[in-house]
Design a protein around this ligand. Structure first.
Ligand SMILES: N[C@@H](CCC(=O)N[C@@H](CS)C(=O)NCC(=O)O)C(=O)O
Length: 207
């Protein structure tokens, strides 16, 4: 059976958990990461030298990097619905997955740590402001895209891109700070809430 290593409060582990829910895939999970078993333990480092969760073990196949893991699970256990086979449709999903893992994710790192995690290392007002402006800017890009599709990130249909970005949207709404009005993002947040996997692992009270 598929094994997931990583605490369920991690946004990146929750991508994997939500994907399993969409695919109706059984799994076992072990708590690893800050507050649980240390990812610096040699047995964990042997699986992921980056000392990060999530990691999956599917038989003797080991994989880390959350967006790569959800791509693998959809390709291995799903049909084309979550991750289209047609090259251009797939590229559109990949575009948003890569944007989430790089630009969007990088933008919030300081602004999220300050109010949501009360991190003493993230209290510089100018850095919080710069991160907030960058985060709002990328959310504005998402707002435009969702206003265009009127549905999901990559078009009319729900895909893997919505799993990565849906969790990011939850983080944005769940972080205590002033936010510009984004009606298409708000409607998307409510649309995603119709999915059981999102209610369980996305919009579940955890930022
Ligand atoms: N790029 C990695 C980032 C993973 C990541 O940042 N994981 C965090 C938790 S969300 C982590 O493992 N932190 C160290 C720890 O909890 O010990 C991915 O998407 O899988």
């Amino acid at each position: 059976m598929l094994k997931i290593l990583g605490k369920a409060s991690s946004i990146n582990v929750r991508k994997v958990l939500w994907t399993c829910a969409e695919l109706d895939l059984s799994f076992t999970r072990e708590d690893w990461g800050a507050g649980f078993q240390s990812t610096s333990e040699p047995s964990f480092l042997a699986l992921n030298p980056n000392a990060m969760v999530p990691v999956i073990q599917d038989g003797n196949f080991v994989l880390w990097e959350s967006n790569s893991i959800i791509r693998y699970l959809a390709a291995q256990y799903g049909d084309a619905a979550l991750y289209p086979a047609e090259p251009r449709a797939r590229a559109r999903v990949d575009q948003w997955l890569d944007w989430q893992a790089s630009d969007l994710n990088r933008s919030w790192s300081y602004a999220f740590m300050a109010p949501a995690r009360q991190s003493p290392a993230h209290q510089d007002a100018a850095s919080i402001d710069a991160s907030r402006r960058a985060w709002d800017g990328y959310m504005g890009v998402l707002e435009q895209q969702l206003a265009r599709t009127g549905a999901y990130v990559a078009g009319d249909a729900f895909t893997l891109a919505d799993i990565a970005i849906g969790l990011s949207v939850n983080r944005w709404f769940a972080t205590p700070c002033a936010k510009p009005d984004m009606p298409a993002v708000q409607a998307y947040y409510d649309r995603l809430n119709q999915r059981e996997g999102y209610r369980l692992y996305g919009r579940n009270g955890t930022a």
